[in-house]
Design a protein around this ligand. Structure first.
Ligand code: ZN
Length: 424
């Protein structure tokens, strides 16, 4: 049934060898392997207090640690942990290389559970590894905290601040993210000036703040105030998708007005077309395009509003402020005499926020990243609903947006992160 050397090799804990193997198959659903291990190599034992070495052993007690599973077998390590008489600390328990002080699972199992929790519910990961829910949750938190603490502090020139709805009703989070790497930096309650100010001052150090060139936000006044106060040298760039959202709202308003005004014809062609109308032309195909064309043939105003909305995209294709201004001027001119008060209102908003829209010429913020980060955040928040621990939530968001595991090597690095040598 395999030699002890083979078992030792599979176990792969440097500094320890397998002395005996017990097969426990009483629980058919979760058979268990108990591996009795012993230290090898180094002389003396490491003190749990000062980490100095001593050979002075007082006594020893057999203790167990859960370890990574071997196929369908759960694995328990049994090791006689010494109590040492340390010259400096007095009587102390020996430090083992594979687990933290009072932990009853090995560090690598904790990391595997922590990793699993990033792609499945905590309850599922707990059952999978035969531990309690709270133990799995603790392992996950420790895993994420260790990962976050070991990361370099970057100095991204482009930041993003956005509001995200929290549950139902008027409750919001403010999310600060690094738009260069597409990662969440922090989370604060509410969408006030104070929320963003707190994030900018607590999540970034002075050097990081000094490196910020532009912050991408919605056209939301409190955020602009916070940026002006904390990052006076940074430019404000208005998020393209938010601006286009305003345009979509204006188009929708035109649709509603036309329903009132044009009556029977609109009811014949326009009923149930709201979502179709709000879609971009390039995403509409085949018969749906014909439906839209029929609608536009029946109502010229709606057609005009639709075209104006479609053209707005071009605002972000220019590289100089003059050209953006030129385009906007032409757009406003096309709007004249069209009797589309909603679109005119939109035009006023665009003119009023021209600086922040044209700022993308000088600061090429990656708008696609803003959207991708937001989508990921919403998915995590939906899964983590009801989570009370905000610091934990931020860690989960950081992990989900940073996507640290992209290759086999990344995965192995996380699972076997520690230097396998125990000898400090
Ligand atoms: Zn000591």
């Amino acid at each position: 049934m395999g030699s002890r050397a083979e078992f030792t090799k599979v176990l792969g804990l440097v500094g320890y060898r397998v002395m005996a193997v017990e097969w426990d198959e009483t629980a058919a659903a979760a058979p268990r392997l108990r591996l009795r291990i012993e230290r090898r190599g180094l002389r003396g034992y490491e003190c749990g207090g000062c980490r100095g070495r001593t050979g002075h052993v007082r006594d020893a007690t057999a203790r167990t640690w859960e370890d990574l599973p071997w196929a369908s077998y759960r694995v328990t390590l049994v090791y006689r942990q010494r109590r040492l008489v340390c010259g400096q600390c007095g009587i102390r328990t020996e430090r083992v290389a594979f687990a933290d002080g009072h932990a009853r699972m090995t560090r690598r199992l904790g990391r595997l559970i922590g990793l699993d929790c990033q792609s499945m519910p905590t309850s599922h990961a707990a059952v999978r590894h035969g531990v309690s829910w709270s133990k799995a949750r603790r392992a996950e938190r420790a895993f994420l905290a260790a990962w976050d603490a070991g990361r370099p502090k970057r100095r991204p020139p482009h930041l993003g601040a956005d509001e995200i709805q929290r549950g139902k009703g008027q409750r919001f989070w403010t999310v600060l993210s690094d738009l260069v790497h597409g990662e969440v930096l922090g989370l604060a309650r509410d969408r006030s000036e104070a929320s963003l100010t707190t994030l900018l001052t607590s999540r970034l150090d002075a050097r990081q703040r000094a490196a910020v060139e532009a912050v991408c936000i919605d056209m939301h006044r409190p955020y602009r105030n916070a940026i002006a106060a904390v990052l006076p040298r940074a430019a404000v760039v208005f998020d393209k998708f938010h601006v286009l959202q305003h345009a979509a709202t204006a188009l929708d308003e035109v649709r509603r007005q036309e329903f009132f005004r044009a009556g029977a014809i609109m009811r014949a062609y326009g009923r149930g077309k709201r979502w179709l109308l709000l879609r971009r032309w390039k995403t509409v195909r085949g018969s749906k395009r014909r439906e839209l064309e029929q609608l536009f043939a029946a109502n010229r105003r709606l057609f005009k509003a639709y075209v104006l909305r479609e053209q707005l995209d071009r605002l972000w294709t220019y590289t100089t402020r003059e050209r953006v201004a030129g385009f906007l001027f032409g757009w406003l001119k096309a709007l004249r005499w069209q009797r589309l008060p909603e679109m005119e209102k939109l035009g006023d908003v665009l003119v009023g926020h021209f600086d922040g829209i044209a700022a993308s010429c000088d600061h090429p913020v990656r708008f696609g990243v803003v959207e991708a980060v937001n989508t990921t955040i919403k998915a995590v928040l939906r899964r983590a609903r009801g989570m009370r621990d905000e610091a934990f939530l931020v860690l989960k968001l950081k992990w989900a947006t940073a996507r640290p595991i992209r290759t086999v090597r990344d995965y192995a690095r996380f699972l076997h992160a520690e230097p396998l040598h125990s000898n400090r």
